[in-house]
Design a protein around this ligand. Structure first.
Ligand SMILES: [Zn+2]
Length: 262
């Protein structure tokens, strides 16, 4: 685990290795409020972190297992309130049927009962605007702090130019969510995978531009009469081990399908 501090924000970056592959996910603490719980796979490290940070509450950016794996433990052992967007509550109270590769990579996600979060949310000294930002997950939220000019964005950014997508993701909906957060006056963007981006506004603008270009190109090629398969082979010809490992739950084909089904 790697620790970083940015003003009054604490970041713990959890590094997860699996053979030659590695992925990181970060949890944050600000003003007594913990953002996400980390994965169940890193249970021992996470339990230590909870006792070190002593959060008073947890806000979950969305229901995915790398963000909520320790939520049931936090609810039952630390007995602190956990909040999520109302669309996420039903995902969390039920057992999560994860594909094997995700279960192996991040661990299980035991069920728990979160509280639906409102349009604004309070920590000890700050008020946070809660912005519903679907596209990566239907219950995804971003948290805006006007006083600091910060946007906590969960998995909305992650990568500036994604060339693959999960079956549950939608590029057009993601683009809408990026446009939505750009209506707020922030510079610093705090990402669950890419960390703290002080020039976050520019990063979000660039990603939005990329998504808009991809969307127009898919539509253009469809207009020329190409099939969805021909479009993704042409636009994203590179194969990645993740496509196979995930049995194509992660694949460029989902980018194309999400544009054409819109
Ligand atoms: Zn996610």
């Amino acid at each position: 685990m790697k620790f970083t501090t940015f003003e009054d924000l604490k970041q713990a970056e959890i590094i997860n290795r699996w053979g030659r592959h590695s992925m990181t996910v970060s949890v944050y603490l600000i003003d007594g409020m913990m953002i996400d719980t980390g994965p169940f796979k890193k249970k021992d490290e996470m339990i230590q972190l909870f006792s070190q940070w002593s959060p008073e509450q947890v806000v979950l950016t969305h229901h995915h297992e790398d963000h909520t794996g320790m939520a049931a433990w936090a609810q039952n052992k630390v007995r602190i309130p956990l909040y999520i967007h109302e669309a996420g509550v039903s995902h969390c109270i039920e057992e999560m049927k994860l594909p094997l590769y995700r279960r192996v990579f991040w661990g299980e996600r035991p069920p728990f009962s979160p509280i639906p979060i409102g349009d604004t949310h309070e920590s000890l000294n700050y008020t946070w605007k809660v912005i519903h930002t679907p596209g990566h997950a239907d219950d995804h939220i971003a948290l805006f702090n006007q006083e600091k000019g910060w946007m906590i964005g969960g998995d909305l950014y992650v990568h500036p130019k994604p060339k693959s997508a999960f079956a549950f993701e939608s590029f057009p909906v993601m683009a809408e969510s990026l446009r939505k957060i750009l209506c707020y006056d922030f510079d610093t963007y705090i990402c669950s995978h890419a960390g703290v981006l002080p020039k976050g506004r520019q990063a979000i603008q660039k990603k939005l531009e990329y998504l808009e270009n991809v969307i127009s190109e898919v539509q253009y090629l469809e207009g020329l009469g190409l099939t969805p398969r021909e479009i993704h082979k042409k636009m994203f010809p590179k194969r990645h081990a993740m496509h196979l490992l995930s049995f194509f739950e992660n694949s460029p084909r989902h980018i194309v399908n999400s544009v054409l089904s819109k």
